[in-house]
Design a protein around this ligand. Structure first.
Ligand code: SF4
Length: 72
């Protein structure tokens, strides 16, 4: 977890999360799904404990990372 933001719950392990910072160094968790689906808030109330749009990020889920090709 970055020091200037609260834990985002599920969003911290989701491929649709994008971290954005302001000029004062605060970091916010933006949901990229909000761009195409208004059911998802741009900045969800944190921590997100349950979300139908959750999709595990390959960086945080090694099993998903192997989807992109054969193991080396
Ligand atoms: S889809 Fe859900 S879990 Fe993923 S970033 Fe958006 S709000 Fe968070």
């Amino acid at each position: 977890m970055a020091p200037n933001r609260p834990a985002a719950g599920l969003c911290d392990r989701c491929r649709h999360q994008r971290l954005v910072s302001n000029t004062r160094g605060s970091v916010f968790s933006l949901c990229e799904r909000s761009r195409q689906d208004p059911a998802y808030p741009r900045y969800p109330r944190l921590p997100v404990l349950s979300c139908p749009g959750f999709d595990a990020s390959p960086e945080t889920d090694p099993d998903r990372g192997s989807d992109s090709g054969p193991p080396r």
